[in-house]
Every structure is written in C-alpha cells, then in structure tokens.
Design a protein around this ligand. Structure first.
Ligand code: ADP
Length: 745
C-alpha cells in the first residue's frame, strides 16, 4: 500500500474538526477540505459531540482547550459512541496532565501548534491506513463467517493434513459432520479414519494410498459411524500438493454430508426393488395366464385340425366320387343332374367350412401371409369378370378405374388379396339395388390403394366398428338372409396381414366406400406356373409306366385316389399306413408317393423321413396329402422331406399338376370346356313357353339358384338339351349367359 493509495483513500473519508480559534480553524479547514471528502467544523467540544452523533465522521481532529467542553472530554464522549474512531489532538500546550489524559484516551496523534501541515497530513494518512486495515479485517471476518455459513448450509466441511508432521486441521463444519468436539478429536489422520465406518475403512484407506502413490483421483462416497451409533453417508474429495519431485506435502480434503440424499436414494432403490418384485410377480402371473391361454389356444388348434380333418376327409370322398361318376358316359341325364347337385352342395359346404376355419385360424393367431410373385393384371381381370357378371345380373353398373399405371407383376399374397376384393365387391353388389359399384385402383411407390364404392343401402356410423367383428350383421345384412357375417372380419385381418388397414365411409342410404392400401412391390420376371390346360384324360402316348404308391388310412379316400390315378394310366399300389409305405418303397420301387400325413401306426412325417434315409430315398418324389387347416403345417411337411403338398378335398387338376411338376411326364387334356358357354349364349330358348322365359329371367336376375334350378327341372321334361346347357350355366354361375340367351329370343 503506498501513499498515493492512502491519499486517495483519505479523499473518501469525512473529518470532524473542532477548534475555538476562528483564524486557525479557517486555515486548517481549508487544508482538510482539500484532503478529504467532507469536513464538519465545531467551535467547541459540545458542538463537536453533536456533529459526531449526527454525521459519524471517520476521523476526529480537535484542539484541547476549548470553551464549554474541551477536546479531550469530547474525545471521551466520541469514543463512548465509537471506540475505534481515530483522534488527532492539536494543541499549543504540552502540559503533562493533558498528555496523560490523551494517552488514557488512546489518541492516535498529538500535533503541536502551530500545526505543521506535513505532520498533520502524515497523521491523517496514518489514521486512513488504520481505518483501511480495520475495514479489510471486518471484510475478512464477514467473508469467513459467510463461508462458514455456506459450508454449514451445504454440509460441506474441509480439512488439511500436513504430511510432514502428520497434523490434521479442520473446519467447524467438518467437526459438526463428524459430531466431535475439537478438544476431543485427535488431530491426526488416524483419528479421521477411526470415525469412518469399519466396513468402509479399508476401502477409504486404499483409495487414499493409491491417490498418494499414483496421483489417482480421490472422489468417493462412504459411511461414517458416530460415537452414538448414527451412520452418516459422506462424499469425499481430496487433492494433494506435491513438491518439485512429486513428493506429497499436504492434502486438502472436503467432506460433504450426503445422508439425506443417500437415504432418499436408498428408499428409492427399495421402492424400485419392491416394484421389480411386483413386476416379476405380475409378469409371472401374466406368463401363467399367457401359458394357459396358449395351451387353450393349442387345444383349439388341435381341435380345429381334427375338425378340419374330420370334415374334409369325407368331403374329399363325396366330391371326388361325384366327379368321377359324373364322367361316366353311361350315366342317365337325371343322375347327372343329381350328381351335379351333390357337387354344388359339397362345394358350398366346403366354402362354408373354409370360412369358419379361416376365422378360427385368425382367432388362434395361425394366419400367415405367403408372399410370392403373381400376375396382378390377370388377378384383377378374373375378379372383374366375375363381379361384372354379378353386377349385370342385378342391372348395376360396374366400373373399374385405374388411376395411373399399375404394375403388371407384383409380389404379395394373391390368395388373400383375391379373397378380400371378392368379399368387398361381393358385398357392394349384395347391398346395392340401383346404381353403381366401382373399383378404383391407384399405385403409389410400392403400394396400391384399392377403393370399393357403391351406391347401396349404406351403413350407420355406429356400426362402423361392429361390421368388422366376426358374425356381426346389421339388420339389413340379416334381412338379406344370406351371409354369415364373417366376410369383413376375414377381410380386415387379411388386409392387416398384408400390411394395410381397411377403412369405411358410409351413411344410411348414401352408399359405402371401403378403402385399403397395401404394399405390392413390382417384380420383373416372375416365375409363374402355367395355367392348367383343361381336364386330364390320360397320360400322353409314349410315356413310360409310372408306379404311384398311395398311402392313405381312410379306405374311401384310398379307393378314390387309386381310381383317379388308374383312370389316367398310372400303375397304383395302395397301403394303409407309413410303416407299410416304407416296406413298399423297398420292395415295390415306386416312382412317386402320395403320402397322407395323419395315419395310425406310423404317420406321414416319420415315413417320409425314414424313406429319405434309405438308399435312393432322396430321389423318390413324395407329395403330401393333408386335411389340416393350417398353412404353417406346410413348412413342417416340407421339412420332413416332402417335395410338395395338397390340401384335401383334392381337386383333380391340382393333383395332376403336382405330378406334372415333379415327374418328367406329359398328359393328354380334354378340349377346353368353353364350347358349352358359347352354346348357352347362342342357345335358342324361343321354344320355351313365354311364362317360363319370364320366370327364368326373373330368377336369373335375382341370382336365385334354387328358383332357376326348379324351373330347369320342369324344362328338362320337354326340353332336355336346353335344360342340360342351362344347368351347366347355373353350375358355373353364368346367369349372364342365361339372361343373354333369353334376351336374344
Ligand atoms: P355378410 O356375410 O353379412 O355380408 P360381412 O362380414 O361381409 O358379412 O358384412 C358384415 C355386415 O356389414 C353385413 O351384414 C352388412 O350389414 C354390412 N355391410 C358390409 N358391406 C356393406 C355394403 N357395401 N353396404 C352396406 N352394408 C354392408
């Protein structure tokens, strides 16, 4: 601190100056005013005391001998108010009695008159310095107590260890945290360690030794155990100062009491553990109910598989034999018609079984999509053709609008898409009496949007959710009398599986619009199986004799399959179970095996696996026959070693198609059957009585199969040719051909 600083500081202070001599007071006042911020002038001690009380000046300069109250009395009164205020005495008398009183008062400087201004200035500077260090001290005190307060609030204490003499010093807060009195606390690191919880002591000490030896960071949390048994949690940090050679000299440590936070954390942890336990228990319960549900589901699946088997197996025999007998040229016309009825009813029954099984499969979570490349244009055309016919039969306009260009070949599930479109368009026709049914298609990137709109009876908004539930039909739906309420439920699920969602917009009397968008990425050159060329009559000429082993436990189906195969020229051997199949494979050496999968003694899976293990077993072609309702069985069947599979009831065409694909053989096909359709269109119905024509036209417009068939039976009596062709048209749902023929009359 130099004089300039002190002068500047003096300049900020105020001074009380008491002097009864006007001349001297005037002279010194001028000097003082130049040196400080303000000067209060008093002519006697009493005035001086009053001014001091009022203005609290920083320094007092006073004469001794003054009227009323002298300078020393005034000084005593002022010191009583502020004992630290510096007092400078100016006097001409150097009498010992004043001198002693001045010493008693503790005056800071004694300046004799006439006042030497340099001496007075240095006295003033000395006082300024004293005031300044007093202020700095006060400031330090304030900051220290603030720091202590802050440490107390933060519960953060600190200590210092002098490593040369092992002496530990600490802050108040440190002692408060450790709950020891300074006098009782041995000031050593060992004393510190003794308060660390015994279980944590080793860990704390090791951390410190590592910090000292390798300068690793010391930042740990541990417990301390107080004398009264209280456990506290502390967060400790340490920093060590080292000499030039890196040798530790002192360590400064901070200790923060984190007990509150730790207890909250522990409580939270307990809650978390409790929650985890709860979750584990609940998950266990859910797991249990899930397992129960799954086993119930499995039971349902097994039941379904059995049902499916039980229903389809006899249906296979019924439909198969009906088809076989129907081909017999000796058959009378009456029997032929009856057989056609069996066929039709059987197919209807099969469609119903399939629908019910489909919905059960969906509910059991067994439905999967099977994506493969297919011809989208062909699929749309075949659906268009079918729907157009039904629309025309009800005098509805059917429009197909393609917005933009559609890909020709796409990858997707053709089977599901076809079923959804037929369901939605079929519903539109079913629930529309006048106007239009429209299918709009729009391709966008790799997706296609399908929109089916009709001008029919519409659906109330409160039924929008319900119509997609299985077996739900609106009153209008029930009134129509046909349908099961399954179509939309199946469609919704199929669309979901294909990656989309069906939405509906409709209002009563305003028609309906069903929309869905599904991914159908375009593919370049799909491998698509050639279309069947018509009904197989026999093996083509010049073919070797192929030996086909039929493995089937059901006697009816065994006989049926044997007949179908023998009829076209195969050499057939039939056995009842898998064990016999394995024997026959070795002794009879077949070229092809039709293998039923479910059989007693040894099932088809095991028999196939056995055969595949035998010499030449890899080369034989094995196709599975299954009445199972589950698509996913396909993978386990193929995994067992089968080359392909067919689902019962068997369609002859498919049966031969599988054999054509797997064996190097060729068939002879019957000529395409369309000739009959041509005949019905060109058929002259003018010979029929007018009333019959009218009734036939009415029934055909309503697509009323039963009424049309009843009429055909009547017609058959006198017009058997016409009846036969009409019957064929009805069997194929060609009501449009019937109506055309009637219109041509
Ligand atoms: P259904 O076999 O009864 O046609 P769906 O599941 O296909 O069963 O349809 C459920 C119900 O939704 C139908 O009973 C019918 O009331 C209503 N519905 C479906 N499509 C239409 C439509 N295009 N117009 C009016 N109502 C419809």
């Amino acid at each position: 601190m130099n004089d300039i600083d002190d002068l500047d500081f003096l300049n900020t202070l105020t001074i009380l100056y008491a002097e009864d001599d006007d001349h001297i007071r005037g002279q010194l006042a001028q000097f003082l005013k130049r040196r400080c911020a303000n000067v209060y002038l008093a002519t006697n001690g009493k005035e001086g005391i009053e001014l001091f009380e009022k203005h609290r000046p920083d320094i007092v300069v006073t004469d001794v001998l003054m009227p009323i109250t002298d300078g020393l009395k005034m000084g005593e009164a002022i010191r009583a108010i502020n004992p630290k205020v510096p007092i400078i005495i100016t006097t001409a008398f150097e009498e010992p009695r004043y001198f002693h009183r001045a010493i008693d008062l503790g005056v800071d400087k004694y300046v004799t008159k006439p006042v030497d201004l340099t001496i007075l200035e240095s006295a003033l500077l000395k006082c300024a310095r004293a005031i300044r260090s007093e202020m700095a001290l006060r400031d330090l005190h304030e900051r220290t107590s603030e720091l202590q307060e802050a440490q107390h609030i933060a519960k953060l204490g600190h200590w210092r260890l002098d490593l040369a003499n092992g002496k530990l010093s600490w802050s108040d807060e440190f002692l408060r945290i450790f709950d020891v009195e300074a006098a009782r606390f041995g000031s050593s690191y060992a004393a510190f360690l003794s308060i660390v919880h015994p279980e944590d002591r080793d860990f704390v000490d090791r951390a410190y030794q590592a910090h000292l030896a390798e300068n690793t960071e010391y930042d740990i949390e541990h417990r301390i155990l107080l004398e009264d048994g209280t456990i506290k949690y502390v967060h400790e940090r340490r920093k060590t100062e080292r000499d030039l050679e890196g040798k530790p000299i002192t360590t400064l440590g901070t200790v923060q009491d984190i007990t509150d936070r730790k207890l909250v954390e522990l409580e939270l942890e307990q809650h978390r553990q409790h929650l985890e336990e709860l979750v584990a228990v609940r998950t266990g319960e859910l797991e249990k109910s899930k397992n129960e549900a799954e086993s119930a589901n499995r039971a349902k699946s097994i039941f379904l598989a059995n049902m499916s088997h039980e229903l389809r197996t006899p249906l296979n025999a019924i439909l198969g034999f009906a088809q076989l007998i129907e081909r017999d040229p000796q058959l009378s016309e009456g029997h032929r018609q009856e057989l056609q009825t069996i066929n039709r009813a059987g197919r209807h029954l099969l469609a119903l079984i399939n629908d019910v099984l489909e919905i059960s499969r969906i509910e059991a979570g067994h439905t999967l999509t099977q994506n493969e490349a297919f011809d989208l244009c062909e699929l749309l055309e075949s659906i268009e053709e079918m729907i157009r016919m039904r629309a025309e039969a009800k005098s509805l306009t059917f429009n197909v609008e393609r917005l933009g260009e559609l890909p020709h070949f796409v990858e997707g599930d053709a089977h599901h898409l076809r079923q959804v479109l037929i369901n939605l368009l079929g519903n539109s026709i079913k629930y529309t009496d006048n106007g239009t049914v429209e299918l709009k298609l729009a391709a966008n990137d790799d997706s296609i949007r399908f929109q089916i709109t009709d001008t029919g009876i519409g659906i109330a908004s409160e039924d929008f959710q319900n119509i997609f539930k299985a077996f739900f039909q609106t009153e209008n739906g029930i009134a129509k009398g046909d349908g099961t309420g399954l179509g939309l439920a199946i469609s919704k699920e199929f669309v979901r599986l294909m990656g989309g969602e069906i939405t509906v917009e409709s209002a009563i009397g305003q028609g309906s619009t069903f929309t869905f968008t599904i991914p159908l990425p375009e593919v370049d050159s799909p491998v698509i199986a050639p279309k069947s060329q018509g009904r197989v009559i026999s093996l083509a000429e010049g073919q070797p004799t192929y030996r086909v082993l039929v493995v089937e436990d059901n006697a009816d189906n065994r006989l049926l399959l044997t007949r179908i195969l023998e009829n076209v020229g195969f050499e057939v051997k039939a056995v009842d179970d898998g064990k016999q199949a394995v024997e026959a494979f070795q002794t009879w050496l077949p070229d092809f095996i039709w293998m039923d999968m479910r059989m007693p003694v040894m099932d088809g899976y095991e028999a196939t696996k056995e055969i595949r293990k035998m010499p030449n077993g890899q080369y034989i072609k094995i196709a599975a026959l299954t009445a199972s309702a589950f698509v996913e069985d396909r993978s386990s069947i193929l995994a067992a070693g089968c080359d392909d599979m067919l689902t019962k009831p068997l369609a002859e065409d498919d049966l031969f198609e599988v054999m054509r694909r797997l064996l190097p053989l060729e068939f002879r096909y019957e000529l395409p059957l369309q000739s009959d359709d041509v005949r019905v269109v060109t058929l002259d119905l003018s010979c029929l009585p007018f009333e019959w024509r009218e009734e036939l036209s009415h029934a055909a417009e309503l697509l009323d199969i039963e009424a049309v068939q009843a009429l055909i039976q009547e017609i058959a009596v006198d017009f058997p040719d016409q009846a036969r062709v009409l019957e064929k048209a009805v069997g194929e749902f060609h009501f449009d051909h019937i109506l055309n023929a009637l219109n041509n009359v």
